[in-house]
Design a binder for this molecule. Structure first.
Ligand code: KIV
Ligand code: ZN
Length: 515
């Protein structure tokens, strides 16, 4: 790495813009788990939520602020007083809080969404940034839909935001419309023409509607931006945001032409990617750069031959550099608790004694059923254990009849608040019968939005990992379950989703606001 590298701040918005992806809701505990990995990874700023949007978002910013001490924590706010005050309240325990306030500046957003004219928007910029600056020292201002904003007006808005005290100016390509050259022009023109532009950090925030989010972000950095906003696995609204791992690895691997660096520990990418994927139930596409299952797989004979002779023939970065290490511990039926604990550590999990006990028990059960235990099996068991602790509703036993000769039915026993309930239900296939049985014991009005089965490894004895998404009066929850029996995994996933729904109902977490 050369000394003239420019350091770029990595601003992660997985917990805010990422969570805004339809269906990607995360519980508070999951958000904290993700924030903890980002903390270890040396991300510079975590946007932990949009505090006015829901109690869940407020709690997320508040708890992440309390727990995370190395990384700066940020909360999002629209331009109004209530939004800004709520963000400041959520951030009150943060060591180094940042309020991120925004307003739309493009003609189409101002006319149809905000119904405000340019003067009114400029006043709102001044008001929101000044108010936020009275509450915290670090204020970021964003021009929503900046890339479709008239250039003169964008310059005026940025000028007002800087005069009012903004420390970071973010230029979102909200609808993923810009091309790399255009985005470069927008940022360099702001930096070159606004007299006080050297007093602030410019930031990129690119959506991926045309698949250009990473290219645009790198273009923005080349134009002088000192901060890049991104998400793990590129999750986010619609086609998502610029993928954090792609930006950071581009800067690292092509440092010969991209003379920038970040503080990020790239060895945590695989672990963070798996966690975000498992928490949101958004599978990572197999050929996804850096973190996809095939990103380091070589299938063609000619490639395999080259790799055996020298790995630089077909590899521009090592799997180890992104945390995909050759396993050092092979696990099987005879492995003990100590080896299991070490393996969990190798995979990035630190287990408390009770978690270790339960996960180890599940591992032993699995080792009795399955010939080979892969790392992914252990990840599935631990994730399942983490997501099902202290649940009010538990699966006790399940018996299914299925096959060509109906009726298909499920005989189910569940524990609800310490009491055992049994039922028998039929349905259109075994999964339907099972879900009907669960609904008989725990009646509810929620709509099943997603039922997804994924084989954790290869082979017919593979564990199935099932995700279930339920939606009820504006509340969305995701439950997951893993087992070598797909129907047991389905029961666990549905029950886990119901447990989460109970928690949301109790806390009465309201419908998210739209804008
Ligand atoms: O895409 C966008 O414009 C945003 C802003 C709130 C920064 O996410
Ligand atoms: Zn966005």
């Amino acid at each position: 790495m050369t000394n003239n590298n420019r350091n770029i701040k990595i601003f992660d918005t997985t917990l805010r813009d990422g969570e805004q992806s339809p269906g990607a809701s995360m519980s508070l505990r999951e958000k904290i788990q993700i924030a903890e990995i980002f903390d270890q990874m040396n991300i510079d700023i975590i946007e932990a939520g949009f505090p006015i949007a829901s109690n869940g978002d407020f709690e997320s910013v508040k708890e992440v602020s309390k727990i995370i001490k190395n990384v700066q924590v940020c909360g999002l706010a629209r331009a109004g007083e209530k939004d800004i005050d709520r963000a400041a309240e959520a951030l009150k325990n943060a060591k180094n809080p940042r309020i991120h306030t925004f307003i739309a500046t493009s003609p189409v957003h101002m006319k149809y969404k905000l119904q405000m004219n340019e003067e009114e928007v400029l006043d709102a910029v001044n008001f929101s940034v000044s108010r936020a600056r009275n509450l915290v020292d670090d204020v970021q201002w964003s021009a929503e839909d900046a890339t479709r904003t008239e250039s003169d007006f964008l310059h005026k808005c940025v000028d007002v935001a800087i005069s009012a005290g903004a420390t970071t100016i973010n230029i979102p390509d909200t609808v993923g419309y810009a091309t790399p050259d255009e985005y470069y022009e927008i940022i360099s023109s702001l930096i070159d023409n606004i007299p006080s532009s050297d007093k602030v950090t410019f930031s990129t925030h690119c959506h991926n509607d045309l698949g250009l989010a990473v290219a645009n972000s790198l273009s923005g950095i080349r134009a002088g931006a000192g901060q890049v906003e991104c998400t793990m696995n590129g999750i986010g609204e619609r086609a998502g945001n610029a993928a954090l791992e792609e930006i950071v690895m581009s800067m690292k691997v092509r440092n010969d032409v991209l003379n920038y660096n970040s503080n990020v520990d790239t060895k945590l990418f695989t672990r963070a990617s798996r966690l975000v994927s498992s928490v949101t139930s958004f599978p990572v596409q197999y050929n996804k750069a850096i973190v996809g299952k095939n990103a380091f797989a070589h299938e063609a004979g000619i490639h395999q031959d080259g790799m055996l002779k020298h790995n630089e023939t077909y590899e521009i970065m090592t799997p180890e550099s992104v945390g995909l290490s050759e396993s050092t511990l092979v696990m099987g039926k005879h492995s003990g608790k100590h080896a299991f604990k070490e393996k969990a550590k190798e995979l990035g999990y630190v287990l408390a004694d009770n978690q270790l006990k339960d996960a180890f028990y599940r591992f032993k059960e699995l080792a009795d059923k399955k010939k080979e235990i892969f790392d992914d099996d252990i990840v599935a068991i631990i994730d399942d254990e983490f997501s099902s602790r202290n649940e009010q509703i538990k699966l006790v036993s399940l018996m299914i009849q299925a096959g060509t000769e109906g009726p298909q039915f499920a005989e189910l026993a569940m524990e609800v608040n310490g009491k055992i309930y049994k039922t028998k239900s039929d349905g259109d296939g075994p999964v339907d019968a099972l879900f009907n049985a669960i609904s008989e014991i725990v009646p509810h009005e929620s709509e099943l939005q997603l039922y997804q089965v994924h084989a954790v490894t290869e082979g017919t004895d593979a564990q199935a990992e099932v995700s279930v998404r339920l939606h009820e009066s504006g509340k969305t929850v995701i439950g997951r379950g893993a087992d070598t029996d797909t129907l047991v995994a389905s029961a666990r996933a549905y029950i886990s989703a119901l447990n989460r729904l109970m928690i949301k109902r109790k806390k009465n977490i309201p419908e998210e606001i739209t804008n």
